[in-house]
Design a protein around this ligand. Structure first.
Ligand code: DHB
Ligand code: FE
Length: 280
């Protein structure tokens, strides 16, 4: 049986990916951030998942404003790296798992989640920054990746509660796949950030800390946070945090926090990471 054994929450700020690509990780500005990710990277190297389900959002690279799926599951066998305006990042393309992804679609739709089937798309920093942070710079990524692109760009985005419920349904979907696989699910984006307008640079450490605490101890509380509260308290782009609730929902009732790191700033954002191992 396939099993979701753990979840990783992490920011996906594009400047972090650029710092890796440009060899700046030891520079004074970046060193503390990358040091904080070392234990997380180590955990990943020891955990060796077969499959990663990467919950992320596209930033108008794969999807323009013609079609915007609320929940788009990548069912293709390969996802190429998007050119976000300064050339594609020099990282390997991502190998998917069409058989498992198709099974997930079947299970999720029958479970009354109206998924969009995405057979072809390019993936942007929302997916590649977390991959680089957790797997480093290998020639090929060491596992297959099923991307789940969530719309948080064009309002309305799905509520945190809907995301939490989708995570639970993803757990049911994976557990009915008859192959022994270790699956790690990511929730990416956040933490608090506002990258434009008069409030640009807004960071709310208290909100972020409460969010990390809630993931660990009381996700039901987080699932009740209304969309506007993310925006008001933690900046317009903090709505990306609803994706961490998909990750948390997919871990089952009980999860054990094994690592946490929080850092300000990267670019204009607060950066957080958390690793939770499923206990149920
Ligand atoms: C930035 C972009 C993002 O998508 C994000 O999640 C954080 C920061 C940026 O452009 O700085
Ligand atoms: Fe983003």
């Amino acid at each position: 049986m396939a099993k979701i054994i753990a979840g990783v929450g992490t920011s996906h700020t594009p400047a972090i990916g650029a710092a890796i690509d440009l060899g700046k990780t030891k520079e004074p500005y970046w060193a503390p951030l990358f040091k904080g990710y070392e234990p997380a990277k180590q955990w990943m190297a020891e955990t060796k998942p077969d499959v990663v389900i990467m919950v992320y959002n596209d930033h108008v690279n794969a999807f323009d404003f013609k079609i915007i799926p609320t929940f788009g599951l990548g069912c293709g066998d390969e996802f190429k790296i998007a050119d976000e305006g300064w050339g594609a990042r020099p990282v390997p393309s991502v190998q998917g798992y069409p058989e498992l992804a198709s099974h997930m679609i079947q299970s999720l739709v029958l479970d009354e989640f109206d998924m969009t089937i995405v057979n072809e798309m390019q993936v942007d920093h929302g997916l590649t920054t977390p991959m680089s942070l957790m797997f480093g710079q290998p020639k090929e990524w060491p596992c297959r990746v099923i991307p789940l692109a969530v719309n948080v760009i064009q309002y309305p985005a799905a509520t945190g509660h809907r995301c939490f419920m989708l995570g639970k349904a993803i757990r049911r979907a994976v557990e009915t796949w008859n192959e022994d696989l270790k699956v790690v699910i990511f929730g990416t984006g956040g933490m608090s950030h506002q990258i434009q307008g008069p409030r640009a640079g807004l960071v709310n450490r208290e909100f972020d800390t409460n969010f990390l605490d809630g993931l660990s101890k009381d996700p039901d509380r987080l699932a009740k946070i209304p969309p506007l509260e993310y925006l008001r308290e933690a900046g317009a782009e903090a709505i990306e945090l609803v994706m961490w609730l998909i990750m948390r929902g997919a871990l089952g009732e009980k999860a054990r926090e094994v690592y946490r790191f929080y850092h300000i700033p990267a670019s204009s954002t607060a950066v957080g990471t958390i690793i939770l191992e499923s206990e149920s």
